[in-house]
Write a protein that binds this ligand. Structure first.
Ligand SMILES: [Zn+2]
Length: 200
């Protein structure tokens, strides 16, 4: 697990692909959807199969007309149950792991909000420069890391939630849950690996 990023499974690791992903990601972080037309202008026709690869891998989402990328790498411009604010921009994320992992990797100030699926309690995570060590003082809070493979947005994200305690995780998923319960500190560390291609 130490050197494994769920965002890189089955995706071409070429420099051009990384460049494309960084461009899409930074646009979404500014709260702006990415027009396929604009990508064609800067990358050429080759960008079409590249975007398809990202969509098939579950790391990019298109709008209904397939003209804009409206979510990628965990960042979503379409409403979800998880909110994240970075650099004055509010957006949504695909899962609760994102509200910890993305700021941890980017080393930015952030405010993330999600709700415990067990009891509905609002959970707020503030970090300065991606440092979540203050949050980890609330030791009962756990993130659920599902055992999942295949397209990330479909198979991993729906279960990658944060609970106020292991008891609430068990209440919600049963005691034989298929995955790991991790403290916030560990989610932050995994975030640094997961979003490493976007790190400054
Ligand atoms: Zn709870």
């Amino acid at each position: 697990m130490s050197d494994f990023s769920i965002l890189e499974v089955g995706i071409d690791q070429s420099q051009r692909m990384i460049e494309l992903r960084r461009e899409i990601f930074s646009s979404l972080l500014r709260g702006e959807a990415v027009a396929i037309e604009d990508l064609l202008a800067s990358f050429g026709e080759v960008v079409i199969p590249m975007v398809e690869e990202l969509v098939d891998g579950g790391v990019a989402l298109l709008d209904e007309d397939r003209s804009y990328i409206v979510g990628a790498e965990g960042v979503s411009l379409q409403p979800t149950s998880h909110q994240l604010k970075i650099g004055g921009t509010d957006f949504y994320t695909w899962c609760a792991f994102d509200i910890i992992g993305i700021p941890a990797a980017l080393k930015v100030d952030s405010i993330g909000v999600t709700h415990c699926p067990g009891c509905g309690k609002e959970l707020i995570f503030d970090a300065k420069k991606g440092d979540f060590s203050g949050v980890s003082l609330q030791e009962s809070i756990v993130g659920f890391w599902p055992n999942a493979s295949g397209p990330v947005v479909e198979n991993f994200c729906p279960s990658a939630l944060i609970y106020c305690s292991i008891d609430h995780l068990k209440d919600h998923k049963g005691s034989k849950f298929d995955g790991q319960a991790l403290p916030i500190k560990d989610l932050a560390e995994r975030g640094e690996i997961t979003w490493r291609i976007f790190a400054p």
